[in-house]
Structures are given as structure tokens and as C-alpha cells.
Write a protein that binds this ligand. Structure first.
Ligand SMILES: Cc1cc2nc3c(=O)[nH]c(=O)nc-3n(C[C@H](O)[C@H](O)[C@H](O)COP(=O)(O)OP(=O)(O)OC[C@H]3O[C@@H](n4cnc5c(N)ncnc54)[C@H](O)[C@@H]3O)c2cc1C
Ligand code: FES
Length: 1297
């Protein structure tokens, strides 16, 4: 948070900003508070921290300080408590990959109070208000919400934290005040010299800027640095001179005059937005049409942190073709004032200012002084449009500013002036000249609309291989936006004398703007307490460290003297022979300490988790872009990267395989990777007359980036003269790190140790791939005998570390007229990339799950693992299961359309039952599917919602709603038998505290908390007496990776085994005397020389599978679940939101229901990303504008994971009650992966909505919809008159698979 004293308003301003884009120079004279300054464990947590921790808003904790700071800044900047809407808006620029955001919102909602009653009366005497339907009414908002007391339907839900519990009574550290000396301080002219010869000036007068500009014509003016920061940090552009104009009054003016508003070029967007809102309130409505459009556009411009610093002038002068504001300035007749070094001012029409790609009508000796925005006239209308991948904090795919001025002539309303401008369709914000010319003088009626749309098609020309792709979508959007504009203006004019274009009510849906209610979450579960702790919704054991920023991650490990930073030398080609490597530039680079290639590896260069088919450093041939060729170490991270960039490599290109389709054609499969599962006889069934219909089709499923918030990171050092190697790594698999490093260095495993305290998210991405980078870093550490740290930048991490596999499924399904499935013939292919890694096991799991929850008498599934020239894809939550089930649900939905029934009916008649034999021979036992399904249907009131949706769709032409209920059954166990083993070490100390170490890694999923609860209950002691410090290969050997959802089952059982051994040893002492406490008993045992340390071990019984016969028992048990989703789509733009999600899972007797709910919500929202938001775009045939094999979507700028505003408006999570599972510890069930697939309910609800949209245009048959259903796919599937000029109704937008 940056605070400063605003001399104009005479107030302190507190703002959250992005630290990575705020140069140190820019905060001179300001006060900066980071999370460390808010509260800490020694002196007490700030109420914001306390609330987030106690409401389970922190899982891995890596994102947590950012959320704390955003909320803290919001509270400090408001004299009165913020509204819930303000809270949600202020968090739009923060990402969390673990929690699904709902608990974060609930934690912060308490600060939106407007009525103290609930929060001051203590938890015992809360004043409960209820709405007519019995929902809890929040006193702060007067609306139903989930922050209410513990009562039905939130049975044993999260205990509400009352405001006085988090009012800071434990917060002894006084809130840091704004330093008085800064109030008095006068700003001064700054002239600073920075790193790399950079000069930073901060003049106080316009005259000084002009003098500096005359002295340094190439100097860059800087305000928010949000554009320049990206250019210098990511694009590596170097600017020697910066002139910060934040303190120059002329550039920060905001004045209202007779004709309009003068806006200084340095004015920040959040300030402009606030100012315009006041103007709109004060001026006559017709004058402020432009102002309203700008306010609306700024609402969707970046996140709060960016808007707080980004300036009007910075946006204009960047001249980005996708600038959100430039089309509006152009459309609204704005004028730009430009001043040269001599002080001469000239005025340019915004419409004439933008000359080409990032080129404006401004010379080097000129700067932008201000913008003049004229008032609109009566019957002059300005409107903004923007469509992005994600509504919040995303740059536009296409945006637009449109203006029309109508005048009544005789009996007609004639266009006397108009301006339509589009962004995102050309290298510059595009004035559509022909359309504008046409509009002028025409009557505002349907004919104008029809002709304008025709002309627009000629005006907007986007070439087939235009950067950004999505050509058909972008073209369709230009028409859709204009249509919306026509309706909107017509609606504004409705009722005017002689205006005959009134909008039919159903068409108003095209112009209704999106408003989002606050998220309402509810959680319903029963608590089955077992002993002191098991069953309790305990808070994550690290939560309090995470909210204060004190929790340590790998990169926080202090660098010892002599430590080095590593950077990778990466292949730039997807498939090529290495002809030469010139490293001379690197060797002479500043801070250089060493460079290593394949020839320098002391042990074996080949590694791999299953098959050793991957070189640590490519020796002769590279097989993907991003393959590691070598590593450079230097004194700093920046110097290491600089040196790596200086390595020159010559390649000879070889043909590359860049899709599953190409791999299948060329039979490019990994060796021995074909698999087949079969049951009954598919061929006989198809030949017989039993099947009334047979359908065939393809399902294309894109990949998904893990986007763990903590990137891959490892820190390696040698000990005892260099013969032992130790490391701290961010990994789910310390044992693999130990093994890889020993292998590559040629050391015995006993001399290599890997430790993990916690990791900032893994989701499968650190199950094997992290070990590869540990091996890379170990080479320089070992060879130079110096500590080496390797932390990947986000873009490198995304390009090189592999993702969730994309899949292709080809199905042929036979079924009866009732929709009963009789035969399934399926071919599945996954895109493994350039090494096998875990791809075969992932394919196998996809094949196991390819019937989801359906009993099919005849099944044949053939699977192949495709070798492609991409980085090796790897494990990701669900491990192939979701892809397998998604293929199934696709053809289920298609059968429903074929037999004219609802998909739910088809699902129900095909459900498995108790005793069903699956296609791989395992028998279904203890099946809770039917119970879950029935309870869910009741809970979401499915029949009623379905009929409401139908009614809505009947009355809204351009908005459609859809619903779906999806079931799941997820097999629990590693499908590789030997991995189902777990070890633990339990040590009891004489003060009665217990130290537990086990083989599992804490990655936010609450494993340590659950395992500690098991130990606490075992010894009948409080949870606070148990501690888990870290995971370490020298404490528990040969541990399997923390994966497959089974870690609580396995490590919980191993710990319990150790506890039971110790208890058995204590028993003789305990039986002799009555001890009043555990500590007394422990001491008595100690004096009796009882061993108080034990190693526990657990193997998962009764599992095994034989791929030769294709039969066996791969899973110990199944976790069942079901989810309902309701969505609404804008059929003209593809925009969508999830109105409701209701998720139910059978988790047996939950060990910690709060953690389990967190896992479900997190998995569901991550799954929503997979099915509807996140699209990886690779340089392949579908994306020729991306260099072959390169990842275009390699950062948060263009890869969009769900943000806080993507959470379903109503989000209910329930755990099935009274369903103990006798196959896992304490009758619980595994939770990590099973809920992920349930997010496909959102995908199928979207498809349901599209079906209604297509019906409006007469398209009733089945149509393909690939995963993810992004706005592009949604819009293009809603085939109508605006898509018809560009594509057919079965168009399939391009997808990297
Ligand atoms: C996370 C993120 C999200 C974003 N989202 C959006 C979005 O949704 N929509 C959108 O349109 N943009 C977006 N942007 C782009 C960017 O934030 C805007 O363009 C912003 O308005 C730039 O303002 P600034 O003050 O930070 O510019 P700076 O980085 O300080 O400067 C940008 C350029 O303008 C020049 N300049 C600044 N002021 C003047 C002046 N008075 N005279 C001459 N030249 C000047 C600078 O020299 C520099 O070349 C986003 C950027 C980020 C990092
Ligand atoms: S808790 Fe938010 S990213 Fe892990």
C-alpha cells in the first residue's frame, strides 16, 4: 500500500499498487506499508489477517499477503465501511489458485458492516434476522448471505467470526499511522541515477518537463509505469531517461467548463472515474453520455491496483490497438492538447491522433498535455463495448466506442453526426470510415441497421493469419456490437415524438448491462467428532503465518555468502539438430560464474519418472521449444538471465509434430504406450439390431496451465567438502528430487537430502517436473561447490514445465430409443509432449474413467500416448480422469438431443448400481451416487429452476440461461500399485508435545492439519500439542509424491500406526498409575526408558491391476459427487456468468470438513477455469501467427484463470451425511481431485443455454462445442445472422490440442 498526502484535497490517499510495476523512485516522499507492517504473530494479527485466517481464506498462502494488502488499503482509504461490491471490486486484480475465493470474500465481508448488531453482540447472542424464505439476512447489507450464524441450512458450517472476535483486541501492534513529517514535507525536484545508467527525473513544473524533453528528446514520460514496466521487464526494452510527471499540476488538472471537461494527461484512471461519477450527478443527463461510457469502460479496465496508478495520457500515448479508452475518446469528439518544448500548444482531434501501430501524431519534442471531452448534446448518445476472455482485469479482444447524434427533421429522426470506432481489429483503433459516412443523413431505422451491418463487413478486414487469431469471432463481434448500439440508442429514444423504432421487449436483453450481486456461499455438513480433533473444522495450521507474510517458501531461503543464481539456456526450436553453441558472450557477461552443458554432467544425463527418456541438458537434438540446453550461474538473478540470453545457438530445423491430429496421422506415439480395455462385445452389439441409433463424433479438449502461484523453485547446496548435496525445493515429490539429483551427479541417494516446508501450490505440476529443475540446478552447485538457487520466471515456467494434457476422443456409441447406452467404442489420445513423464498413467486413468458413472454392457477403449514436439505434459488435478469423463458427458448430452430427452434423464437411466461390474472388472461397492443425485436435485430445486430457465429463455432473445447436473465417480489410489505405500515418524517429547514427520507435502490442501488432527486424536491431546515442521527425505525415506488425492488416507494411516506403536509401549506405564495429563504420562514413560519415537507405515490393501488381461481392482474405493450449475450467456458476445452452483460430495466422515469444503470450492473454481476460461494457444497449424512450438499464452496477461468475480453468485457446497467409508482412515474419503470434474456442470449448462440460442435461429440439431467454452466458442456456437456472414452453424473455433 502506498500512501501520500494529496496537496489539492488536503487528504491522505492510501492505494494498493502492484509492487512489480512500482519503481522505487516512484514512491519518493510517500509511505509504503507491506504485509509485514500490518500485523504479525508476535504482536498480534490485524483484524483483516485474523478474519482471513479464521475463515479458511488461506490454503497454500502464496497469494494471501496480496489479498490482505488489497483489503487493508481499501479499509484505510475509506472513512466509512466499504460496500460488499467495493470489496469484490477491489480484489479483482488479485489471483488465488487454491481457495475458489468464496472464503476470502466471506472473511472480508465482515468489514462491510453497516449495522454492528450481529458483530458486537458476541457469538452466543447473535441477533438473527431471516428473510421470508428463512435465509439468513446479513445486517451489513440487509441481504441474504453466508456470513450468518451457524444454523440450518448451514448445518455445522463455518462458525461465523463475530466482529468483536476480530476487532483487533489481540492486535497489540498499533496501526501504523501516516508519518506526520510527510504531511509537512514539500515535494522537491528529483534527479536520480539508477541501475544500468538510468536517469530518473521528477520535475515539479511543466516548464521543467519541457526543458528536460528538449535536452533528452528520447526521454520517456512516466506516470503509472504500467506500460513502461511491462516493456522494460518483460520485453527487455531499455530506456535511459525517465521523466516522471506525477507532480506537475498542469498534467493533473480536472476541470469542468462550459463546453466540457479538461483532463490532465497525468490523471490516474481511478481518480478520473470518481470525478466523472460526480460530474454525472451534477450535470444534465444529456450532457454526460460520454462520461457514462467512460465510467463503464474504466469499470472493466484492468484491476484496482492498475487503475490506481495508470494514467489517461499513458494509455493514449501507448496507442495500443486494444486500448479500451482510445475508441471512446475518438468517438466522443475528444481533443488532445499537445505541447512542444517551446511551450507551443496545438490541438488534435482524438480521431486523427492515432496514425499506425503504436504511432501517434506527436513529435519527439512534444508531450500530451491534456484531453478535452466535450459535453454531449440532447439526442447525442455515446456507448462503450468490450469483450475479453475474462470480464475482470483482462485486455479486450474487441472493444468499441460509438456515438450518434440524432436530429428530428420533418417526421424522421436523422443521423446528423456519427462516429464508430473499433479496437482489436486492426493495428490501430479503427475508425470505420465507410460506415460513418453512410450513417450521416440517414433515418434511424431498421434499414439503417441492415445497411450499416453490410458496410461494416467491408470496413473491418481482418486477415486469416492476423495476430491474435479468432478472426471469425472478432468480425462477428463488430456486427454484434453495432446491433447492440442500434438497440440501445433506439431504447433511449423510445417515447420521443415520431420515433418509430421502439425495441421489442425480448430484444432489450441485448442491451441490459451486466450487474453482479455479491457472492452468497453456503456450506452444509455434519461434524462427526472422533477424539479430540478428528472431525473438527480446524483452521489450516499455517494460516496465521500466511496471512502475516511470515510463512516461508523456497525462494525466501536467505542466500548464503557465495550463493549463485541460475538461469536456463532454452531451445527456441520445436525440433532441431544443435549445430553449434557459442557461449563466449555469456562468459564475459557481468557477474558470470559458470556455464554447464550436457558434457559437464558428472553422472547420467538421462532421467524420467517412469522411463528415463529425457535429457537434463539436450546434447544433440532438441525436441521442443523451451527444452533445457544448459544452465548459467551468476551473482544475481538478472545477471544470470542476461548471460543466458547471450548464448548463441545454431540449429538445423527438423520436421515437428505439433498436434494430436498430426501425431495420429504419423503414428507418432511413445513406445509401448498403447492400452486397451474391453467388456462384452462392441462389434456384435453394433451389428445386432439392439441399438436403435449409433452416433459417432470427436471431442477436443484443450490443456490447462497449473498456474500455481509459487513458480518452480529449488535451492541446492553442497556439504562436507562437496560430497553431500542438500536442497530445499518447491515440490510434491522430495524423494524424486533426491533420486534425480543423485542420478545426475552420480552420488548415492544416501548422500542427497531434499526438504520441503510448504509449497505455494502444486496441483500436479510439481509431481515430477520440479525434480527436473532440481537436477539442472544441482550440476552447477556440485561442480562449483557453491549454493545455487533456480526460480523460474512465470513466462519460463509456463513455456517449459508442461501442463494438463490436451485430449482427443473419438467415440462411437449405440443406444436405444429410450436413451439406454448399449455399446461404446472409444479411441482416446493424449498429447504427452516430448517425454513420457506420467502420460501413460494419465491415459490409463482417463480410460478407467471413460464410463464416468454409467453402466455400459459393451465397451472397447483404445488409448495411445502421442509424442509431440512440445514440453512434456504432466500430472494435473484429476490426472486424466476429468478428460475421460468429459468425453463421456459429451456423448451423453448428444444422445439426449437425439432421443429428445433431457440429459439428466439419459444420465439416470444409465447409472451404475451397487454390484455393477465396471469395464475393467472392478465391482461397485458402497455406491452413494443415487443418494447424492437425489439430494442434489432436491437441494437445487432442479425442476423449478429448469422451468424458470425455460421461461426466461422464452422472453429474452439475446440472453439465454442454461442448467446442468453432472455426476462423478473418482477412483482413489495410485493406479501404480507400489506407490500406494506411506511412511511416518512420530516423536513424543517430554513436555507432552508431538513432532510428526511424514512423507507428504503441504501444498495448501491442509494435509499437515489433517494428519496432525489424527495424531492429536490418537494421543487424546489438543491439536496445538502436535507440530509438523517439514517433509524431509532423511526423516521418511522413499515416499511417493503427494498426489492422487490419497495422501491424507495414506499418511494419516501411517501416522496413526506410529502413534499406536507408541501408545502400545506406553500402555504398561499407563496401566500402573492414573496420570492426570498426557505430559505426566510421557514423563513417567521417559523415566521408565520407553522409546517415544516410532516409524509408522501403511500400505493400501486389496488393489492391483493387470494390463495384460485388462482386469483388476485398481482403486481402493470411489469418491462420488454431483454438481448443479446455472449460467447465463450473452449470445451476441459470448460473455457468460455462473448464477448458481450447488455441489455435493460423499466424503465419508470428514476429518476436517472446513478443509474439505475448501478443497471442493477450490477444485470447482479451478475446474471452471478448465471448462470455460483458460485456453493455451501454441504455435501450431491453428495459430500460425505464433512461432512454431511456442506458447503464446505464457503469462497472466493473456492466460486467464478465474478471478474473484468468476465465482458463482450462489455457491453451495454440501457433504453427504451419515455415509462412513470403512476403506479409509477414520471412515473418511479422499477429496483433492474428485470435485474438479464437477465444474463441467458449468460447461454443460453453457451448452444448454447455447441450444436455446441456436433454436431461435432454427438450428435444432447437435453441434460441437470444444473445451474450454470461452466467449469465442460460446458466441460462435450461438449461430445467428451476425455469425452467418463469416461461418457455418457448425463452425468449430481453432483449439490447440
Ligand atoms: C495488468 C495490466 C492490465 C491492463 N489492462 C488494461 C485494460 O484493461 N485496458 C487498457 O486499455 N489497457 C490496459 N493496460 C495497459 C496500461 O495499463 C494502460 O495503457 C495505462 O493507461 C498506461 O498508463 P501509465 O500511466 O501506467 O503509462 P506509463 O507506463 O507510465 O506510460 C506509457 C507510455 O505513455 C507515455 N506517456 C505517458 N504520459 C505521457 C504524456 N503526457 N505525453 C507523452 N507521452 C506520455 C510514456 O512515455 C510511455 O511510452 C493494462 C496494463 C497492465 C499491466
Ligand atoms: S491460497 Fe491462494 S494461491 Fe494458494
Amino acid at each position: 500500500m502506498v500512501s501520500y498526502f494529496d496537496q489539492t484535497s488536503k487528504k491522505c490517499v492510501h492505494q494498493a499498487v502492484n509492487a512489480c510495476l512500482a519503481p522505487l523512485y516512484s514512491v519518493e516522499g510517500m509511505h509504503v506499508i507491506t504485509v509485514e507492517g500490518v500485523g504479525n504473530r508476535k504482536f498480534g494479527l490485524h483484524p483483516v489477517q485474523e478474519s482471513l485466517a479464521s475463515r479458511h481464506g488461506s490454503q497454500c498462502g502464496f497469494c494471501t499477503p496480496g489479498f490482505i494488502m488489497s483489503m487493508y488499503a481499501l479499509l484505510r482509504s475509506n472513512k466509512t465501511p466499504p460496500t460488499e461490491e467495493q470489496i469484490e471490486e477491489s480484489l479483482a486484480g488479485n489471483l488465488c489458485r487454491c481457495t475458489g475465493y468464496r472464503p476470502i470474500l466471506d472473511a472480508f465481508r465482515v468489514f462491510a458492516k453497516s449495522n454492528d448488531l450481529l458483530y458486537t453482540s458476541g457469538s452466543g447472542s447473535v441477533a438473527v434476522q431471516e428473510s421470508s424464505n428463512g435465509e439468513f439476512i446479513c445486517p451489513s447489507t440487509g441481504k441474504p448471505c453466508s456470513c450468518g450464524p451457524d444454523k440450518e441450512p448451514v448445518e455445522h458450517g463455518y462458525k461465523p467470526v463475530s466482529y468483536n472476535e476480530i476487532d483487533g483486541s489481540s492486535y497489540t501492534n498499533k496501526e501504523i499511522i501516516f508519518p506526520p513529517q510527510l504531511l509537512m514535507r514539500k515535494s522537491s525536484y528529483l534527479s536520480l541515477n539508477g541501475f544500468g545508467g538510468i536517469k530518473w527525473y521528477r520535475p515539479l513544473l511543466l516548464r521543467h518537463i519541457l526543458e528536460l524533453k528538449s535536452k533528452y528528446p528520447d526521454a520517456k514520460l512516466v506516470v503509472g509505469n504500467t506500460e513502461l514496466g511491462i516493456e522494460t521487464r518483460l520485453k527487455k526494452l531499455h530506456y535511459p531517461v525517465f521523466i516522471s510527471v506525477t507532480h506537475v499540476p498542469e498534467l493533473n488538472t480536472l476541470t469542468v467548463d462550459h463546453d466540457g471537461i479538461e483532463i490532465g494527461a497525468g490523471v490516474r484512471l481511478s481518480k478520473l472515474q470518481k470525478f466523472l461519477k460526480q460530474v454525472v450527478e451534477q450535470r444534465p443527463a444529456h450532457e454526460t453520455s460520454s462520461c457514462k461510457a467512460i465510467i463503464e469502460q474504466i469499470k472493466w479496465f484492468a484491476g484496482t491496483q492498475i487503475r490506481n496508478v495508470a494514467s489517461v495520457g499513458g494509455n493514449i500515448c501507448t496507442a495500443s490497438p486494444i486500448s479500451d479508452l482510445n475508441p471512446l475518446w475518438m468517438a466522443s469528439r475528444a481533443e488532445f492538447k499537445v505541447v512542444d518544448c517551446k511551450g507551443t500548444i496545438r490541438t488534435v482531434l482524438a480521431a486523427n491522433f492515432f496514425l499506425g501501430y503504436r504511432k501517434v501524431d506527436m513529435r519527439n519534442d512534444e508531450i500530451l498535455l491534456s484531453v478535452f471531452l466535450p459535453w454531449t448534446r440532447e439526442f447525442e448518445y455515446v456507448k462503450e463495448f468490450k469483450q475479453a476472455h475474462r470480464r475482470d482485469d483482462d485486455i479486450a479482444l474487441v472493444n468499441s466506442g460509438m456515438r450518434v447524434f440524432l436530429e428530428k427533421k420533418e417526421k424522421n429522426w436523422i443521423v446528423s453526426d456519427a462516429c464508430v470506432v473499433y479496437g482489436g481489429v486492426a493495428p490501430v483503433s479503427l475508425l470505420v470510415l465507410k460506415t460513418n459516412d453512410y450513417l450521416i443523413g440517414k433515418t434511424w431505422n431498421k434499414e439503417l441497421l441492415k445497411n450499416s451491418l453490410e458496410i461494416l463487413k467491408q470496413d473491418v478486414v481482418i486477415s486469416e493469419d492476423a495476430p491474435g487469431g479468432m478472426v471469425e469471432f472478432r468480425k462477428s463481434l463488430t456486427l454484434s456490437f453495432f446491433f447492440k448500439f442500434f438497440l440501445w440508442v433506439s431504447h433511449q429514444m423510445d417515447g420521443q415524438d415520431s420515433f418509430n423504432e421502439s425495441v421489442p421487449v425480448s430484444h432489450l436483453s441485448a442491451v441490459e448491462s451486466f450487474t453482479r450481486p455479491s457472492v452468497m456461499g453456503s456450506q452444509d455438513y455434519a461434524i462427526t467428532k472422533q477424539g479430540t480433533s478428528v472431525g473438527s473444522p480446524e483452521v489450516h495450521m499455517s494460516a496465521r503465518l500466511q496471512v502475516t507474510g511470515e510463512a516461508e517458501y523456497t525462494d525466501d531461503t536467505p542466500m548464503p555468502p557465495g550463493g549463485l543464481h541460475a538461469a536456463l539456456i532454452l531451445s527456441k526450436k520445436p525440433h532441431a539438430r544443435l549445430l553449434s553453441i557459442d557461449d563466449s558472450g555469456a562468459r564475459s557477461s557481468p557477474g558470470f560464474a559458470g556455464i554447464f552443458f550436457a558434457k559437464d554432467i558428472p553422472g547420467d544425463n538421462f532421467t524420467g519418472p517412469v522411463v528415463e527418456d529425457e535429457e537434463v541438458f539436450a546434447s544433440e537434438i532438441v525436441t521442443c521449444v523451451g527444452q533445457v540446453i544448459g544452465v548459467v550461474v551468476a551473482d544475481t538473478h538478472e545477471n544470470a538471465k542476461l548471460a543466458a540470453r547471450k548464448v548463441v545457438i545454431e540449429y538445423e530445423d527438423l520436421p515437428a509434430v505439433l498436434s494430436i491430429e498430426e501425431a495420429v496421422k504419423l503414428k507418432s506415439f511413445h513406445p509401448n504406450s498403447h492400452r486397451c480395455l474391453a467388456k462384452g462385445s462392441v462389434d456384435l452389439c453394433f451389428q445386432s439390431n439392439q441399438c436403435h441409433s449409433i452416433i459417432e463424433g470427436e471431442v477436443h479438449i484443450g490443456g490447462q496451465e497449473h498456474f500455481y502461484l509459487e513458480p518452480q523453485s529449488t535451492f541446492v547446496w553442497t556439504m562436507d567438502g562437496g560430497h553431500e548435496v542438500h536442497m530445499i525445493s518447491s515440490t510434491q515429490a522430495p524423494q524424486k528430487h533426491q533420486k534425480y539429483v543423485a542420478h545426475v551427479l552420480g552420488l548415492p541417494m544416501s548422500k542427497v537430502v531434499c526438504k520441503v516446508k510448504r509449497i505455494g501450490g502444486g496441483f500436479g505440476g510439481k509431481e515430477t517436473r520440479s525434480a527436473f529443475f532440481a537436477a539442472v540446478a544441482s550440476v552447477p552447485a556440485y561442480m562449483l561447490n557453491r549454493p545455487v538457487k533456480l526460480t523460474l520466471d512465470r513466462d519460463v515456467d509456463m513455456q517449459v514445465t508442461g501442463q494438463r494434457h490436451s485430449f482427443l476422443g473419438k467415440y462411437k456409441v449405440g443406444f436405444t430409443n429410450e436413451g439406454k447406452v448399449l455399446a461404446l467404442d472409444l479411441e482416446v489420445y493424449n498429447n504427452a509432449g516430448n517425454s513420457l513423464d506420467l502420460s501413460l498413467a494419465i491415459l490409463e486413468r482417463a480410460m478407467y474413467h471413460s464410463e464416468n458413472v454409467y453402466e455400459i454392457p459393451n465397451v472397447r477403449i483404445n488409448g495411445n500416448v502421442c509424442f509431440t514436439n512440445y514440453p512434456s505434459n504432466t500430472a494435473f488435478r484429476g490426472f486424466g480422469g476429468p478428460q475421460g469423463m468429459l468425453i463421456t458427458e459429451n456423448w451423453i448430452q448428444r444422445i439426449a438431443m437425439e432421443v429428445n430427452k433431457s440429459p439428466e434423464e439419459i444420465r439416470e437411466i444409465n447409472f451404475i448400481n451397487e454390484g455393477s461390474i465396471l469395464h475393467y472388472g472392478q465391482q461397485i461397492q458402497d455406491c452413494t451416487l443415487h443418494r447424492l443425485w437425489d439430494e442434489l436435485k432436491k437441494s437445487c430445486n432442479f425442476a423449478k429452476v429448469r422451468s424458470e430457465v425455460e421461461d426466461f429463455n422464452l422472453h429474452k432473445r439475446w440472453k439465454k440461461r442454461g442448467v446442468a447436473i453432472i455426476p462423478t465417480k473418482f477412483g482413489i489410489s495410485f493406479t501404480t500399485k507400489f506407490m500406494n505405500q506411506a511412511g511416518a515418524l512420530v516423536q513424543v517429547y517430554t513436555d507432552g508435545t508431538v513432532l510428526v514427520t511424514h512423507g507428504g507435502v503441504e501444498m495448501g490442501q491442509g494435509l499437515h492439519t489433517k494428519v496432525a488432527q489424527i495424531a492429536a486424536s490418537a494421543f487424546d491431546i489438543p491439536l496445538s500439542s502436535v507440530f509438523i515442521s517439514e517433509t524431509s527425505t532423511d526423516k521418511v525415506p522413499n515416499a511417493s509424491p503427494t498426489a492422487a488425492s490419497a495422501s491424507s488416507d495414506m499418511y494419516g494411516a501411517a501416522v496413526l500406526d506410529a502413534c499406536n506403536q507408541i501408545k502400545a509401549r506406553m500402555e504398561p506405564v499407563a496401566s500402573l498409575n492414573k496420570h492426570t495429563s498426557f505430559v505426566e504420562l510421557v514423563n513417567a514413560c521417559y523415566f521408565e526408558r520407553v522409546d517415544l519415537s516410532a516409524h509408522g507405515f501403511h500400505i493400501v490393501p486389496d488393489i492391483g491391476f493387470d494390463w495384460k488381461t485388462g482386469k483388476g481392482h485398481p482403486f481402493r474405493y470411489f469418491t462420488y459427487g454431483a454438481a448443479f450449475a446455472e449460467v447465463e450467456i450473452d449470445t451476441l458476445t459470448g460473455d457468460f456468468h455462473t448464477r448458481a452452483a450447488d455441489v455435493i460430495l460423499d466424503l465419508g466422515f470428514s476429518i476436517n470438513p472446513a478443509i474439505d469444503v475448501g478443497q471442493i470450492e477450490g477444485a470447482f473454481v479451478q475446474g471452471m477455469g478448465w471448462v470455460a476460461l483458460e485456453e493455451l494457444k501454441w504455435g501450431d497449424k491453428a495459430h500460425k501467427w505464433v512461432p512454431p512450438g511456442c506458447l503464446f499464452t505464457s503469462g497472466p496477461g493473456n492466460y486467464k484463470i478465474p478471478s474473484v468475480n468468476d465465482v458463482p453468485f450462489k455457491f453451495k457446497v454440501s457433504l453427504l451425511k451419515d455415509a462412513p467409508n470403512d476403506k479409509a482412515i477414520h471412515s473418511s474419503k479422499a477429496v483433492g481431485e474428485p470435485p474438479f470434474f464437477l465444474a463441467s456442470s458449468v460447461f454443460f449448462a453453457i451448452k444448454d443455454a447455447i441450444i436455446s440460442a441456436r433454436a431461435e435461429s432454427g438450428h435444432h440439431g447437435w453441434f460441437p462445442l470444444d473445451n474450454p467454452a470461452t466467449p469465442e466458442r460460446i458466441r460462435m456456437a450461438c449461430a445467428d445472422e451476425f455469425t452467418a456472414p463469416f461461418v457455418k452453424s457448425d463452425f468449430r473455433p481453432k483449439l490447440s490440442v
